[in-house]
Design a protein around this ligand. Structure first.
Ligand SMILES: O=C(O)C1=C[C@@H](OP(=O)(O)O)[C@@H](O)[C@H](O)C1
Ligand SMILES: C=C(OP(=O)(O)O)C(=O)O
Length: 439
């Protein structure tokens, strides 16, 4: 792909290989798509409502389309116009689709929808890509069984395809093992609102990615659902409840913003991402604290947040358990920082779209960066010494993070670039728009 092609719009051409030009300083403004996590939850809360709800600024990407189409399979009416989505759940309980519900490689869709379906009556089968079949769901189904569902795994115990037979969930007590994924706990919390009686949902302290559970609880509260904290690791959800139909505006996606913050950080430039506010629900906004620790200047404005990169990035030692999706972004910054950086406590990165610890380690090594791969983290010591063609393992976050690194390292080519469609279909247009306006 040459520069002229790039100007004509990468996304339309679904380019598989994209060469990244180096840029002196990246400066500019970047409009953000709606948050993926908030969009998934807004759709599911709409499906729990008693009439038509409207979701504004919804993220239109592969994964949120997966959730929308699964809700259709379950009998909801979903009308998508631009970034406005109208959802009306069926009058009766969820219907059992005649064929498996295909959730692609969207872990959030699989886990949140499995709970939602189990709250209905019938037989529900969830399946997806080859990679999804390697992403576990067993601890969630154990919790659903505690609440009365019957679960089968036709291929491999604990992994999709998963068959859920349910006659509705009962009330009671359930302890969720969310050490592999917070999505199990989010799923049980949402599904519990449809149980036949109140559900005391508890968890161990080792929940991974806990801020996503906080998004779930905050959005349940915004939707008017009744629940109370019964201790540091327990919430009692009142049930059965119906959400009042609502209009909801989705905030900008902080995880998508991170690539542009990183572009400023790596090039000593300055990028404003908007709309996003300090009151954002997403835990990934805390990535800004890490950028500050690395020497960036972070300024919140009325519109959004501006990141300005330093002359030299400082290394960090960071526990990234609470924001796993930010690890590829942090890894490429660490590769250009002074000294060795350590990324800790993210074993759950091995069960994402790719094994992200392995993918980051292998691809950084190709660039001549020294990387030590541990069972649950990485030690990274730059600088990158050469360009290379980067494999993306069908993982959108590997594609976007290494594109940013290419702004500093001559000769980086991203192979499998179209994978960004999972969470950010306009990524390449936004990225090249920004760098063409920069020096
Ligand atoms: O609930 C969510 O919206 C998500 C939770 C996180 O997954 P895990 O809890 O499995 O780490 C995150 O990685 C994913 O991108 C979105
Ligand atoms: C892990 C991710 O998503 P999911 O778990 O929904 O597939 C992600 O977007 O990085």
């Amino acid at each position: 792909m040459n520069r002229t092609d790039r100007k004509q719009g990468i996304t339309e051409q679904a380019a598989e290989e994209v060469a990244i030009p180096t840029v002196e300083r990246v400066t500019g403004r970047v409009p953000l798509p709606g948050s993926k996590s908030v969009t998934h939850r807004a759709f599911i809360l709409a499906a729990l409502s008693g009439g038509e709800s409207v979701v504004l600024n919804a993220l239109d990407a592969e994964d949120t389309r997966v959730t929308a189409s699964a809700l259709r399979d379950l009998g909801a009416r979903v009308e998508w116009r631009g970034s406005t989505v109208r959802i009306r759940p069926p009058h009766e309980l969820w219907r059992s689709p005649s064929s498996p519900i295909n959730v692609g490689n969207s872990g959030t869709s699989l886990r949140l929808l499995a709970g939602l379906a189990a709250a209905g009556k019938g037989t529900f089968v969830f399946d997806g890509t080859a990679r999804l079949r390697e992403r576990p769901v067993g601890a969630l189904t154990v919790a659903l069984e505690t609440l009365g569902a019957v679960v089968r795994f036709p291929l491999k115990r604990g992994y999709p395809p998963v068959v859920i037979e349910s006659d509705g969930l009962c009330g009671g007590r359930v302890c969720v093992d969310a050490s592999q994924s917070s999505q199990y706990l989010s799923s049980i919390l949402l599904a519990s609102t449809k149980a036949s009686g109140p559900v005391a949902v508890s968890w161990e302290e080792n929940v991974s990615s806990f801020p996503y559970v906080e998004i779930t609880l905050q959005m349940m509260a915004q939707a008017g659902l009744d629940f109370r904290k019964a201790g540091p690791t327990e919430v009692v959800v009142n049930a059965p409840q119906v959400v009042k139909p609502f209009h909801y505006r989705v905030e900008g996606d902080c995880s998508s913003a991170s690539y542009f913050w990183a572009a400023a950080a790596l090039t000593g430039g300055s990028v404003l991402t908007y709309p996003v506010s300090q009151a954002a629900l997403q835990g990934d906004c805390a990535f800004l604290d890490i950028l500050s620790a690395m020497g960036c200047r972070v300024d919140w404005t009325e519109e959004g947040v501006c990141v300005q990169g330093p002359r030299t990035l400082r290394s960090v030692d960071a526990d990234m358990n609470r924001m796993p999706d930010m690890v590829p972004t942090l890894a490429v910054l660490a590769a250009c920082a002074e000294g060795a950086s350590r990324i800790r406590n993210v074993a759950h990165l091995r069960i994402k779209e790719s094994d992200r610890l392995r993918a980051v380690a292998v691809e950084l090594s190709k660039l001549g960066v020294q990387v030590e791969e541990g069972s649950d983290g990485l030690v990274i010591q730059g600088p990158p010494r050469r360009g290379a063609t980067i494999e993306t393992y069908e993982d959108h976050r590997i594609a976007m993070a290494f594109a940013v690194l290419g702004l500093r390292v001559p000769g980086v080519v991203i192979r499998g670039a179209a994978t960004v469609r999972k969470s950010f279909p306009e990524f390449w247009d936004t990225f090249f728009g920004l760098i063409h306006g920069s020096t």
